[in-house]
Design a protein around this ligand. Structure first.
Ligand SMILES: Nc1nc2c(ncn2[C@@H]2O[C@H](COP(=O)(O)OP(=O)(O)OP(=O)(O)O)[C@@H](O)[C@H]2O)c(=O)[nH]1
Ligand SMILES: [Mg+2]
Length: 305
């Protein structure tokens, strides 16, 4: 019998129907069957303890300093807030993030963020600090100057210095610190980029490259966090545990890795706390996974200096 004359269809079925059926069967799934990177989702407490207990061994280094840089609006300030939330186990907002989309950086000053440990008379700070910085913008004389970030790497930028995109910091400037201590210097450099943006701008990429080269010359370890993974991939938005199954996010990470030159095993996808009002274990698991590596890489560097 002609397969197109199936009785249940009561007559003739057009061939395009079968072609369509076949297409649906072979339509590619956006997720892999197995994650390409193993993440143990149930180990939050262990990872949290690891980070909370960390203390640099050297006497002259009170803090392990992490410097974040990246394009405007990538989620640098939000990442600091997320780290603070995870360390303190509740929602906090130490770094102001901007809810407005703009091509101009919301963060303008060089600011160190410390995280409170304990309460009342036992109040101290974790020996892990983050420096937030103005975002990199497209074009010359816009956004933070790459030379200013290079000075920050060596500890020459004073706390509270307001970045001037037109004139990078010089030695005569009051914002210049001529005698940085060992813990004014940066111990880990972290690039923050969003998974939810199309290809990165060439001039921003050039700035990132020169910052990376300066950090490499100083031997500073470098890694990256890829934010906005929820907005970039529907499967990951539905369930964060799909992050390492998402073909789209894997491709995005690979593209980013080759564009900026940071190896895949130093790139960590995260979802920042943005619209949640309560803590979430899966959000924490990704933040902690990146945080643990920042502590390890930074500590390795501190051990070497
Ligand atoms: N959905 C989602 N939103 C995010 C994420 N990370 C940041 N955001 C939002 O993105 C916006 C910009 O984030 P910011 O943290 O201010 O970005 P920034 O890199 O500090 O920006 P500048 O200081 O302007 O350079 C805010 O509205 C955040 O709530 C994320 O992982 N997922
Ligand atoms: Mg900011």
């Amino acid at each position: 019998m002609d397969p197109r004359r199936l009785p249940e269809f009561g007559g003739f079925v057009p061939m395009s129907f079968f072609v369509e059926l076949n297409k649906q069967n072979v339509a590619e799934s956006p997720v892999l069957d197995e994650p390409w990177r193993e993440l143990r989702w149930g180990e939050n407490q262990m990872n949290l303890k690891y980070v909370q207990k960390y203390k640099p061994e050297q006497d002259d280094i009170r803090y392990l300093r992490v410097l974040l840089y990246g394009p405007v609006g990538a989620g640098k300030s939000s990442f600091i807030n997320s780290v603070s939330n995870v360390l303190r186990g509740r929602m906090t907002i130490p770094a102001l993030a901007s809810a407005m989309t703009s091509d101009k950086s919301f963060t303008k000053k060089y600011e160190t963020h410390k995280f409170i440990k304990g309460r009342g008379s036992t109040k101290t700070f974790y020996p892990l600090v983050y420096n937030d910085i103005m975002g990199l913008e497209d074009g010359t004389n816009r956004g933070v100057h790459a030379d200013d970030i290079k000075l920050a790497l060596r500890g020459h930028v004073k706390e509270g210095h307001k970045f001037n995109p037109v004139a990078p910091l010089t030695q005569d400037d009051p914002g210049y610190n001529p005698t940085p201590s060992a813990d004014d210097k940066v111990h880990v450099l972290v690039c923050v980029m969003s998974a939810n943006t199309p290809q990165m701008n060439l001039s921003v990429l050039e700035k990132m490259k020169s910052i990376r080269e300066a950090a490499s010359d100083l031997g500073i370890p470098q890694m990256a966090v890829m934010t906005h993974i929820d907005e970039a991939c529907g499967e990951t938005e539905r369930d964060l545990r799909n992050v390492y199954k998402s073909k789209y996010l894997r491709k995005k990470m690979k593209d980013f890795s080759s564009a900026v030159g940071i190896p895949m095993n130093c790139i960590f996808p995260v979802k920042n706390y943005s619209e949640e009002i309560d803590m979430n274990d899966d959000v924490d698991a990704l933040i902690l996974s990146a945080l643990r590596k920042m502590v390890d890489f930074g500590d390795d560097f501190i051990e070497r200096i």
